[in-house]
Design a protein around this ligand. Structure first.
Ligand code: PAF
Length: 322
């Protein structure tokens, strides 16, 4: 049996004259059992099924291959096959995507999923595809909440002076500056250690990530601010994808749908059960939050990061989706 490296880390295994197998590595930054891991497993299972075993797959979870920005760069140069990533660092590559990162924009999960599965989602995937990446489908991370080690956060005043890790995302950083915190951008694989060592006081992520990362070991308070919906996307390296036949590309798109379905089902499950898990593990969960003052401050500073360049049209279109 011989192994050849194809473009990225995908290995082609020749087992016989007519039989060729390609192993696809799906990289992401959360644990293997997380909402991304569940999505990656469903993608791999469907791809294996559709291709009759011509493609196999495995996860490289928990940031084994780097943070999300590194992973996206890896796709562009062909050192990484596939990635499931939040949009956090994607705006650095495709600035139009910042529209999706605006705080207090999406009303709820139904609204966000309708936008991403519809015309707007497809338009934004087309923009991604113009930037040396291939977007297969929109998955999700969930609505983000603030955790910290210092005090309950109920109002923007409670954020004052808190060193809060954010994603490497200009919109999020502007929003947290507006809401009164001191944002510290950092790649996710460094976050647990930074919280543990007190380099930062807090971070913000959905229940999916807070539970999967066991942040209760290093954070006391979680405030259900739901300040921003965090989309995710299944990306593939253009170097890998361009080498596929049309039929094979079709399998990847179909498998991505299965990945999204499993990912969203896991997000739904954790939205129902995750908060109880946080309490069970000793976190104080703050629910009596008036979101209006957070929204006013965040919108004032964050929206212009997008609108200064692209105007308000996309935002109006997103809001209009019922
Ligand atoms: O906080 C982040 O960087 C992202 O939400 C994460 C956890 C990597 C998932 O995409």
């Amino acid at each position: 049996m011989k192994h050849f490296i194809i473009g990225a880390v995908a290995a082609l295994t020749i087992t016989g004259a007519a039989e060729a197998q390609q192993n696809i590595v799906v990289a992401h930054t959360t644990p293997a059992g997380s909402h991304y891991g569940v999505g990656a497993d469903a993608f791999i299972a469907k791809l294996e099924e559709l291709s009759g075993g011509a493609f196999t797959g495995e996860q490289a979870a928990a940031g084994q291959l780097g943070g999300e920005r590194d992973l996206i760069e890896g796709l562009q140069i062909g050192s990484i096959d596939m990635v499931i990533t939040s949009t956090g660092p994607l705006g650095n590559f495709v600035p139009e995507i910042y529209a999706l990162d605006l705080p207090f924009l999406f009303r709820d999960y139904d609204h966000a999923r309708k936008v991403l599965d519809g015309e707007i989602g497809q338009e934004l995937i087309a923009k991604i595809n113009e930037n040396n990446l291939v977007g297969l489908a929109w998955a999700e991370n969930g609505f983000r909440h603030v955790t910290n080690s210092q005090r309950p956060v109920r109002t923007p005043a409670d954020l004052a002076g808190l060193k809060l890790r954010t994603m490497e995302n200009r919109v999020h950083m502007a929003a947290f500056t507006g809401m009164g915190a001191s944002p510290t951008p950092m790649a996710f694989p460094e976050v647990f250690g930074a919280l543990q060592q007190g380099v930062v006081d807090g971070q913000e992520n959905p229940v999916t990530v807070i539970t999967a990362s066991k942040f209760w070991e290093v954070q006391k308070y979680v405030s259900l601010t739901g300040h921003v919906y965090s989309p995710a996307i299944i990306l593939v390296s253009p170097i890998l994808f361009d080498g596929l036949s049309d039929e094979q590309k079709g399998w990847f798109y179909e498998a991505a749908k299965a990945g999204v379905e499993a990912n969203r089902a896991e997000v739904n499950r954790l939205e129902e059960t995750g908060v109880a898990l946080l309490r069970e593990n000793g976190m104080e969960v703050i629910t009596d939050i008036d979101k209006a003052p957070f929204a006013a401050l965040a919108e004032e500073t964050a929206y212009s990061v997008y609108t200064d360049e692209y105007g308000p049209d996309m935002i109006d279109r997103i809001k209009a989706v019922e």
